[in-house]
Design a protein around this ligand. Structure first.
Ligand SMILES: CC[C@@H](C(=O)O)C(=O)SCCNC(=O)CCNC(=O)[C@H](O)C(C)(C)COP(=O)(O)OP(=O)(O)OC[C@H]1O[C@@H](n2cnc3c(N)ncnc32)[C@H](O)[C@@H]1OP(=O)(O)O
Length: 229
């Protein structure tokens, strides 16, 4: 999935007539983060963790810098890397029963895909630290109150339709080139800072990935693991 996402962003970078993008999940959840089976079997060391961060940080940064207005349509769970993916979009629209949870600390790591730095930008320093260090599951209305979610759909399963509605004004006005231009202007504003912060975040992540706490947290639920909350 990580490679497929990177390939999809490659394609979107070539889409010169587009104005908007909605990122959504399938099967009732937005995204459950990294594939835990893959991580258990094939991503065992800090060096593996660094490679994963390099790919995902690059992919999500490129997604964020596309000259398209991007909206994450969040029904169900956005967990771990899934929460980081949600922060890489320009806006988030969530179903009323959805939840966003940064479980990284429970997994024995920090954020590593640039989501920590983006979260500070979205909700501020104190709220970001609370969401990252305590890992509470964040309900849609609480996320909206923090400014992490921009609109809450009327019913669960309705995030995709609500995201389209949210974008309505941008899609109907005859100013595609101008919208792409303002998105490029906004995206350029955070380039030097975000590149430096994302490298530091990947350093923190890879120093912890593959460590004892992380290995235990990656075990299947039937095995002993640290409590999540
Ligand atoms: C390296 C990045 C790192 C980070 O930065 O944090 C991560 O992203 S680590 C991954 C963090 N994600 C999780 O811990 C997700 C754990 N999963 C859940 O909380 C729940 O499964 C869910 C996503 C909320 C869905 O719950 P529900 O609808 O009740 O379904 P199930 O729990 O029965 O799950 C169905 C099925 O899917 C498997 N599953 C779920 N998440 C993952 C995952 N991340 N990787 C691989 N497989 C996952 C789950 O094991 C079930 O499988 P089966 O038992 O075979 O049906």
């Amino acid at each position: 999935m990580m490679v497929q996402l990177s390939d999809a962003v490659d394609e979107l970078e070539q889409w010169d007539r587009g104005v908007a993008l909605v990122v959504h999940g399938m099967g009732g959840n937005f995204c459950a983060g990294a594939d835990l089976s893959l991580a258990r079997e094939h991503l065992r060391t800090g060096a593996d963790g660094r490679s994963m961060c390099a790919l995902m940080s690059d992919t999500l940064t490129r997604l964020r810098r596309l000259p398209l207005i991007s909206v994450a349509a969040i029904d169900g769970a956005a967990i771990g890397g899934g929460a980081e993916l949600a922060t890489s979009c320009d806006f988030r629209v969530a179903g009323p029963e959805s939840n966003i949870r940064f479980v990284q600390v429970k997994m024995g790591v920090s954020t590593g895909w640039g989501g920590g730095a983006r979260l500070v930008g979205l909700v501020g320093r104190r709220a970001a630290l609370r969401l990252l260090a305590w890992s509470p599951p964040l309900a849609a209305d609480e996320a909206a109150a923090l400014g992490l979610v921009d609109a809450v759909a009327e019913e669960e399963g309705g995030a995709l339709a609500a995201a389209r509605e949210f974008l309505g004004g941008v899609l109907t006005q005859d100013a595609h080139e101008a919208v792409r231009a303002v998105k490029r202007v906004v995206a350029a504003a955070d380039v030097p800072v975000s590149d430096r912060l994302h490298r530091a975040e990947a350093d923190e992540f890879s120093a912890l990935w593959g460590g004892a706490h992380n290995r235990m947290a990656l075990e299947p639920p039937s095995s002993p693991r640290p409590p999540r909350s």
